[in-house]
Design a binder for this molecule. Sequence first.
Ligand code: AMP
Ligand code: MG
Length: 413
Amino acid sequence: MISIHEALDAVLAAVIPLPDEEVPLLQALGRAASQRIVSPEQVPTFANSAMDGFAVSGSDLEAGRREFRVVVDIPAGRFVEEAVAPGEAARIMTGAPLPPGVDTVVQVEHTATAGDVMTVETAPGAGANVRRAGEDVTVGDVLFERGAHLGAAEIGLLAAVGVERIRVARRPRVAILATGSELVAAGQPMQPGQIRNSNSFTAFGQAIAAGADPILLGIARDDLNETRRLLGAALENDLVITSGGVSVGEYDFVKQVQDELGVQRRFWGVSTKPGKPLAFGTRGDTMVFGVPGNPVASMVSFEMYVRPAILALQGRPDVFRPWFYAAAAEPVGRTKSRTEARRCRLMHEAGRMRFTTTGPQGSGILSSMAGAQGLFFVPPHYPGGDVGEELLVMLLAGSGTERPPFPGAPAVR
Ligand code: AMP
Ligand code: MG
């Protein structure tokens, strides 16, 4: 069995980034830019008011003038070319362009008006309450590097500089196949001894969240021919996840079928709990993951190895999760020879981040994965620890470029 780091190294080393495609901006949401993006426009395009108020000359204010004649009204969207003279003011709304001759906005709350005379009650400094042209973005600014994740803010920024279409990595096509003769699809009646397929649903959700295009291939019974047929078809995709059938049971056919279909095994078995019998290999450009069947083992294996692979396929450098050390809010149980990943929630107590388990930690207990905010990692041969013990916590949201220092590993990078 190999360590978490060795397994991650093997997975990341096998990634062959996908080609890119050009899409309309909204379709780029959640995907990765496939080129560095340089701004074609500046933002703001013109100097404009940051407040509703009156635009005046800053030097008038500095010279002590407090009364101004209001000569023009400028709502947002109106462009006034005539200069405002000394001693004059423009009534101006937030976002409206400053006319020539003025450089300072007095917010309306600091003024009084009678007829067309405006009196400044509290004078701001010269240049106040004005957004300079280009103060956010100037033409030629690098907005994002290649591989950047395009979330809501990034899409908005691109819209702000007039980008309508953008090149992004193709979404990885991820085939999801559940294996197990005991499995029943949602909506089908249950016979004695059967269980419902949940792994296809969790993997689908995890794949979508990672920017992939998942395809559900249903359930393969524990039958060599059926497994061959369905896994064979799955190999047409960029990445394949089978769940179950990868341990040492009589009916665990996944590894055998992977071998028959020419999948080159990179590893089988990671020294973690849950997730030990993970099998990873490649055939051509296709990455093939056999994750264990237990619902939590399936999800944790996806989180640890499949998600980084899906992100790296899109050229993302931030394939890891954010992590930190936090204190246990309850005693931490011992471990045996494997590193354990346990699910937790986070809270603050006396100014410190603490974690608490979400409930029973069996690898079949999916209810304690639901609502988990993070995984915390307990090193192998851990004797048990008290409240306050500091352990590595990996968030189950967000992304980062720094690999978490998973315990139980030979030192790497
Ligand atoms: P396996 O890895 O095939 O030995 O399966 C381990 C456990 O996970 C067994 O209890 C299976 O019934 C269960 N399991 C396997 N596949 C799924 C699935 N798709 N959904 C829910 N549970 C599953
Ligand atoms: Mg099985």
